[in-house]
Design a protein around this ligand. Structure first.
Ligand code: NAD
Ligand code: GLY
Length: 377
């Protein structure tokens, strides 16, 4: 296999966290250069690559070859693909497998995959030997624009999603936009919802750019992908640098998520509704709620909804898989969300496209009536 040496990454963004600062490198084909980048930037005795059963058959060999090419020893662990992998029992098995491979303080983990692999590998890195280095090599659009950056690591508990985890930053993020070529279209669209989220939070010109370029991004234009991922990562890097542990501004990244989590929780966090698909619906609802509460013009809410729909994302609730949607039940799920305070959910609303804000005292009757209208649509 030919190794393509990319001397200069197309984009290099720094997450500025003092001694824990790290770079996000984004370029098509950069996976072939991971070994060189690790060798150049980190002191590591050995690498263990953690991947999943969908991603490993496609990308493990290229990553392994790039490590061998610079003389880095590596082992690999392949986990089943899917959200179910973020369980307590899988986490225990992963830790034991890693320990059996003989890790030391200078061992580096590489998470090769989507957000599931990134989250469980990052959490393992934070727990092993009180913290070893890890690198994110995100291969889904959601992971490239969001989950690989910012150091939130987690697994799920029986009580809820992402309830067990840590803030633990990677040492490097290497995003190869070419890996998106093999990502199922539905997953790509789900990641696109998180990309639009950044524009809606704080950059109206990015939203206008996405209105023009969103379809090219989805169809596979690498220059557009690099630019959109870089824009998203720049915004996330800035927010994380300001508020690493989400005591304030980082909550803006949850635009659409209060609605999304209630929908996912009602359905049971499975492939019937992907997280990004739920976020797209949640974003449309957050803008509609902003309009109903006179924060945001209806033209802007309609623009948001139209754009999401134009790329193929639904902004309506899917048919309920087992019964009927119930607005009261959804609101009660929102009250139990881990980001609620004393049973009152926080919402991220908007004054306009590119100007989101945190709203903690929203009248839940308004939310219920919005949900009723959507359910009866
Ligand atoms: P995922 O990791 O399950 O990946 C989605 C699917 O695509 C999987 O089947 C995976 O095997 C497959 N896949 C990934 N890359 C591929 C590629 N290049 N080619 C072919 N198949 C590929 O899910 P995701 O959407 O990447 O991430 C969702 C997870 O991320 C959730 O667990 C969520 O809680 C977490 N998350 C974390 C953060 C954070 O800040 N840590 C933020 C958002 C989401
Ligand atoms: N995905 C939200 C965050 O990283 O804070």
């Amino acid at each position: 296999m030919n190794l393509r040496k990319i001397e200069t990454p197309t984009e290099n963004i720094t997450v500025d966290l003092g001694t824990r600062s790290y770079d996000i490198l984004i370029a098509p084909g950069i996976i072939d250069n991971v070994g060189h980048l690790v060798d150049e930037r980190m002191k590591t005795s050995k690498v263990i690559i953690v991947s999943d059963s969908n991603v490993a058959p496609i990308y493990m060999e290229r990553l392994s070859i790039s490590l061998s090419a610079v003389g880095i020893n590596y082992d690999k662990i392949i986990l089943p693909a899917g959200e179910g992998t973020k369980s307590f029992s899988n986490f225990e098995n992963l830790l034991n497998n890693l320990l059996e491979l003989g890790i030391e303080r200078t061992t580096t983990l590489i998470a090769l995959g989507g957000g599931v692999i990134g989250d469980i590998t990052g959490f393992a890195a934070s727990a092993l030997l009180r913290g070893i280095n890890y690198i994110q090599v995100p291969t889904s659009l959601l992971a490239q624009v969001d989950s690989s950056v910012g150091g939130k690591t987690a697994i799920n508990s029986k009580i809820g999603k992402n309830l067990i985890g840590s803030f633990y930053q990677p040492r490097l993020v290497i995003a190869d936009t070419e890996t998106l070529n093999t990502l199922p279209r539905r997953e790509l669209l789900a990641g696109y919802a998180e990309t639009v989220k950044y524009a809606l939070i704080g950059d109206s010109s990015f939203f206008s750019w996405l209105e023009i370029n969103g379809t090219s991004l989805i169809e596979g234009n690498h220059a557009v992908r690099v630019k959109a991922i870089a824009k998203s990562c720049k915004m996330k890097a800035r927010i994380v640098a300001e508020d690493e542990r989400e005591s304030g501004k980082r909550a803006l990244l949850n635009l659409g998520h209060t609605f999304a989590h209630a929908l996912e929780s009602e359905i049971g966090f499975n492939d019937y509704l992907l997280h990004g698909e739920a976020v797209a619906i949640g974003i449309a609802l957050a803008f509609e709620l902003s309009t109903r509460l006179n924060f945001c013009s209806s033209i802007e809410s309609v623009n948001v909804r139209n754009h999401l729909q134009s790329v193929g994302l639904s902004t309506f609730l899917p048919k309920h898989p087992t019964s009927e949607w119930n607005s009261k039940k959804l609101v009660s799920l929102m009250k139990k969300d881990k980001k609620s305070t004393q049973g009152h959910p926080a919402f991220i609303l908007a004054h306009s496209i590119g100007d989101a804000f945190i709203a903690e005292d929203i009248d839940l009757n308004e939310v219920e009536s919005l949900l009723d209208d959507i359910i009866n649509h």
